[in-house]
Design a protein around this ligand. Structure first.
Ligand code: MOS
Length: 750
């Protein structure tokens, strides 16, 4: 069996295995030299360009399109509308599984939100298609729009997130609040954020009879393939998807989006390959957004600053035609040891596109409110915010009563605080200034995200020359999965990284599970680990059962794989190379298969989460209210670290998005038209380099044997949790103002 010690070496120590090494991305040079081919870089012969025309109203119907004018435009080949759109085998409004969201693919003339595709113009050139789309000059019949949180009646959704109960409680919150000697009751608002990965949603689709060949970015090859098979009535094996590189996903590329299906339909209609790439402003509608929230927290403590009650209620939004409910309150299930907890959700349907998973859906929004409220409670108790959290952090998961890795959380608090220098923090606000007279404040927040695992598969091969292949239909969204998973593959096969050919990113490979829920390294990684172990076990059987092998009689538990050789565990002087074993057996190669899934027994006995603590310094201009984040230190414990460089970069990315959440990002809706008014990256603010401070991410060593054999938790989402709340708390510490509406803009401070 290949041997992977479960002790995690410090990041800088090479310990003979690929796992744990801070390698740069293996595709990094391809990316920075332009050699990495993203979906929209493909250009098959005879390809046409498709440009969607999108609705400028948010509710009503399309009464007229000047199709004749568009068709008469030079270069325009075809105009696709509900009248001539090729048929689908399945209703795009069917909801066959929790991830199959309803799509707008010209099934009728109804408009359900702004920027919904209402026609597609297909032309020889991108310019001709764009001009043709402008000539459609739609006329609409409009209906009154519901565009804000109070614009429609609310209801309690059946579930939130992916099937969590909308309401949960443990203990008696009313009694807990009644007996509290101090309490707060505060309401926080977070805005809508629209999915804007650097690479917009794109597709190049080509039909060959009833076979469909596609280049598109996806976080879920098998899921996307399955949905397309249903929509087009094809066997899954007729659909081939290449998704080798993604320019970000963040939850928006889990399934196929409506515009991508329109690209496939346009190829069907014209009989030629078609490319469709969304323009930036077209991202503000059909590809998902983080729903706005209004969250009310009621928290009580006794005279010693010990929590007696915690209630967290979220009002949020969904679309009029589909269900996605941001589970913002659920973060209060796990962090603080209140004897009484109640969480609930309420939803309003608006004339928007359907909200969707966006990096840490629920935890990101919910932790802003929770961490702000905890800070306010600490203030009310006259306690240091860290001391207050240490008094109230949970030893077991509060809502379920199950044990979890709270020791690691304590370690995050300790290491983060030490590194940041938290001990020198004055308790009262407005105590610190810098040389330029700016107000300085320090704040903190707790980070948390569940350690999930889905089902995955992988296939390993050891070849007669002693090298290996690992196949896993995994997804590299830019996070570095192709590198980290190859590191796991190399160790699983007892080979060096460059001796293993790692195949990934296409739909013909074994389904390695979606890249979502921060579960991809655990899911695909464990399948890979098992596939490698299976191949090695078969090789060991060949050797130990053969009298001619120096390993004869060792039994396959008595063998270790390393450096392309098997060694007797009890006598390392006796070994044999993979190549020799295969040659003697007359085999060109040997194959192993691996599967992964969460262990149901561990699942029911333990609560599994990654943890972290984030410490922030802000400086605020006392005259203009301008806020700068100047220091950000996060300490995170997320199980075994496969590649410290990539893990750190995930934390940095998450924390910078936390800055965005706290200070920049917001879709501004025109309440009369229901249109987003800032659908571009000029006015939809995100942090640029000048907004990103000195960042540090501490990788807190954690050893959680219950998550999976490799001890891997996820790192993709936890960095965004905790940070925005920490920034709000630092702004209070600098200025004495509690801002409860996000993003915190300078007008709110003045
Ligand atoms: Mo993530 S929001 O699970 O891609």
């Amino acid at each position: 069996m290949s041997e992977i010690p479960l002790t995690q070496a410090p990041a800088h120590v090479r310990h003979g295995s690929s796992i744990g090494q801070p390698l740069t991305r293996r595709d990094g040079i391809l990316k920075v030299t332009g050699g990495a081919r993203y979906a929209a870089d493909n250009h098959p012969p005879e390809m046409l360009y498709a440009v969607p025309a999108v609705s400028s109203i948010a509710r009503g119907r399309v009464a007229f399109l000047d199709v004749a004018a568009a068709k008469a435009h030079p270069g325009v080949i075809e105009v696709m509308t509900p009248v001539n759109r090729p048929p689908l085998a399945q209703d795009p409004d069917a909801r066959t599984n929790p991830f199959a969201f309803r799509l707008d693919v010209l099934q009728n003339d109804k408009v359900r939100y702004a920027n919904q595709p209402i026609a597609v113009v297909i032309a020889d050139t991108l310019e001709a298609a764009t001009e043709g789309a402008a000539l459609l000059a739609p006329r609409y019949e409009t209906e009154p729009v519901r565009a804000d949180l109070d614009a429609n009646g609310s209801f309690t959704p059946p579930t939130v997130g992916v099937g969590n109960p909308a309401e949960a409680h443990r203990g008696d919150v009313h009694a807990g609040l009644a007996q509290a000697s101090r309490q707060i009751d505060a309401t926080y608002e977070t805005p809508a954020q629209y999915h804007n990965a650097m690479e917009p949603h794109a597709i190049v689709a080509a039909w060959d009879g009833d076979r469909l060949s596609i280049d598109m970015p996806t976080q879920g090859l098998a899921m996307t393939q399955g949905r397309l098979a249903e929509l087009f009535g094809l066997p899954v094996e007729n659909i081939h998807i290449r998704s080798r590189f993604l320019g970000g996903g963040f939850g928006s590329k889990g399934g196929v989006s409506g515009p991508q299906v329109l690209g496939i339909l346009a190829a069907r209609l014209t009989g030629r390959p078609v490319k469709l790439v969304l323009r930036r402003e077209q991202m503000f509608g059909p590809v998902g957004h983080r729903a706005p929230t209004r969250q009310t927290l009621r928290v009580g403590t006794d005279g010693d600053g010990v929590l007696t009650a915690l209630s967290h209620h979220t009002k949020t939004t969904s679309s009029t035609f589909d269900d996605f409910f941001e589970p913002a309150s659920d973060v209060s299930h796990t962090l603080y040891a209140s004897p009484a907890i109640a969480t609930s959700h309420e939803v309003v349907r608006l004339d928007t596109g359907t909200p969707l998973f966006m990096r840490a859906p629920g935890e990101a929004t919910g932790s802003i409110a929770l961490e702000s409220a905890i800070d306010e409670m600490a203030e009310a108790c006259g306690m240091d915010p860290l001391a207050f959290r240490l008094r109230n952090y949970a030893e077991v998961e509060p809502i379920s009563g199950k044990p979890f890795s709270s020791k690691a959380l304590r370690e995050c608090y300790a290491q983060g605080a030490e590194r940041f220098g938290w001990a020198g923090r004055p308790l009262a606000p407005r105590q610190m200034h810098d040389d330029e007279g700016r107000l300085v404040g320090w704040g903190m927040g707790t980070a948390t995200f569940p350690a999930l695992m889905f089902q995955g598969n992988a296939r390993a091969v050891i070849r007669s020359d002693g090298t290996g292949i690992m196949e896993a239909g995994a997804h590299d969204m830019g996070q570095g999965a192709g590198t980290a998973l190859a590191q796991i593959a190399a160790d699983s096969l007892g080979l060096d990284l460059d001796e293993v050919e790692f195949r990934s990113g296409t739909s013909d490979l074994p389904d390695a599970g979606i890249a979502g829920g921060s579960a991809h390294t655990a899911t695909a990684g464990m399948a890979i680990h098992e596939a490698g172990a299976d191949a090695i076990a078969k090789l060991a059987d060949l050797a130990t059962g053969d009298q001619r092998s120096p390993l004869f009689g060792a039994g396959n538990t008595g063998v270790v794989a390393r450096g392309g050789r098997l060694f007797r565990r009890d006598d390392e002087s006796r070994s044999e190379s993979y190549a020799d074993i295969l040659a003697r057996a007359g085999l060109a190669e040997i194959e192993g298969r691996g599967k992964s899934a969460a262990d149901p027994a561990a699942q029911s006995s333990y609560a599994k989460h990654a943890h972290g603590a984030v410490f922030v310094e802000v400086k605020v201009d006392p005259d203009f209210g301008q806020i700068r984040v100047t220091r950000l230190v996060g300490a995170f414990a997320a199980g075994r670290v496969i590649n410290p460089r990539l893990v750190r970069s995930q934390y940095y990315g998450g924390m910078i998005w936390g800055i965005s959440f706290a200070l920049h990002e917001k879709a501004v809706m025109d309440l009369r038209s229901g249109r987003p008014m800032n659908p571009n990256l000029g006015e939809y603010h995100i942090p640029v380099n000048a907004d990103a401070p000195s960042l540090e991410a501490i990788l807190v060593e954690e050893h959680d044997p219950h998550v999976n054999a490799l001890g891997i938790k996820g790192v993709g989402e936890i960095g965004i949790t905790g940070t925005a709340g920490a920034i709000a708390n630092a702004v209070w510490h600098a200025t004495g103002n509690r801002i409860r509406q996000f993003p915190i803009t300078l007008d709110r401070l003045l």
